[in-house]
Design a protein around this ligand. Structure first.
Ligand SMILES: CC(C)(COP(=O)(O)OP(=O)(O)OC[C@H]1O[C@@H](n2cnc3c(N)ncnc32)[C@H](O)[C@@H]1OP(=O)(O)O)[C@@H](O)C(=O)NCCC(=O)NCCS
Length: 326
């Protein structure tokens, strides 16, 4: 069977930075609480003129340049987001137009913080089934600053804006090794942004009443995440026919440094086998994995032939892991 490799990586973070100390001025929190509980010191915030598709555009341009191809060479764009430009059309469609990817099909994937892993697996499956998809752009892009209630300290301190992208290409060398995807829809209520959907009439729209803002039960997320992250890696390793200890680098969803530490420990892997970015970026939901990959690559943490595990978990509840030889 034809194979699929990652041939380009890129990210984009908006210029504006809000530190924990900045948040201390508007809500009852401290830099110490946020850093101790999450590992976050700051988050990037999109300019009012920037939408999710703009962040996606800049990350995509970087990935396309890194892959040494042109936007016209892209056959398919799959974009993971849970803070799209609008409910319709898809943000992938808007991105395709901005990018000038004139030969590409485009669609969004909604699996919240696991969205990038779902998109990566979908792209790989389509490329293996239909080899005419030669170059596929997989993007994670978010502007959570637009969906948060900035007066709710139990949610707003966790998140930031950003985008990351990878370019997948058909290859004769083995790239994709295995994956695992799972969902527990009974946990839908733990992480949600009910605005804009059919459950709540639009007339009640207000971010401040909390109804139309992002909501999360942090404790329940913790209980779910510390099980889901290591389980996903173990299952994907089984599918890839490798041992967990064979993995050279874990690129996890950047939700919380304590979840990452706990999961790496559960997997028997040292923290040197991951490269956290959460201190600088906070949780960028569906964008966090490709952003973390891009940072790791720039830091020289990804060597040729390395086995890399991408692992995501979050709203849905959805979780999953994809393993590639890079
Ligand atoms: C949310 C989380 C940090 C709470 O950690 P914890 O150790 O259970 O927290 P504690 O019980 O010590 O503290 C909770 C208290 O801190 C308060 N608190 C919440 N946010 C706060 C903030 N930003 N600043 C200060 N205090 C805060 C709460 O109101 C609560 O106060 P109370 O006990 O008076 O009700 C932890 O459960 C977690 O990391 N969950 C995962 C969240 C996540 O990663 N979400 C991303 C989704 S992909």
């Amino acid at each position: 069977m034809n194979d699929v490799q990652i041939i380009g990586v890129g990210h984009y973070l908006p210029n504006q930075v809000w530190t924990n100390h900045d948040l201390e001025k508007s809500i009852n929190t401290t830099d110490e609480w946020i850093f101790t509980k999450t590992g976050i010191r700051q988050r990037h915030i999109a300019d009012p003129s920037e939408a999710t598709s703009d962040l996606a555009l800049y990350a995509s341009l970087n990935a396309i340049k890194d892959a040494n191809i042109h936007a016209e060479d892209v056959d398919l764009i799959i974009l993971a987001t849970s803070s799209p430009d609008m409910i319709q059309p898809s943000t992938a469609s808007i991105l395709q137009g901005k990018l000038g990817a004139t030969h590409a099909a485009a669609f969004d994937i909604g699996a919240v913080c696991a969205g990038f892993v779902y998109a990566l697996v979908t792209a790989t499956g389509m490329m293996r089934a239909f080899p005419h998809y030669k170059n596929v752009l997989v993007v994670g892009a978010e502007t959570y600053s637009r969906i948060l209630n900035w007066k709710d300290r139990t949610t707003c301190v966790f998140f930031g804006d950003g985008a990351g992208a990878v370019l997948l290409s058909q290859s004769t060398k083995p790239g994709y090794l295995g994956h695992y995807l799972m969902n527990d829809g009974l946990g839908w209520d733990i992480i949600k942004f009910p605005a804009g959907g059919s459950r709540i009439p639009a007339s009640k729209s207000s971010l401040e009443d909390g109804l139309h803002a992002f909501q999360m039960d942090g404790r329940k997320v913790w209980d779910f995440a510390i099980e889901a992250m290591p389980a996903a890696v173990r299952e994907a390793a089984k599918d890839a026919n490798i041992q967990v200890l064979d993995i050279d680098l874990v690129v996890p969803h950047q939700a919380n440094i304590n979840i990452i530490r706990r999961s790496m420990q559960a997997l028997g892997l040292p923290m040197e086998k991951t490269y956290p970015t959460i201190e600088h970026t906070a949780n960028t939901s569906g964008a966090s994995i490709p952003i973390a990959l891009s940072f790791a690559r720039l830091a020289g943490k990804v060597k040729e032939g390395d086995i890399v595990a991408f692992v995501g978990f979050g709203g849905g509840l959805s979780w999953g892991c994809a393993i590639f030889r890079c």
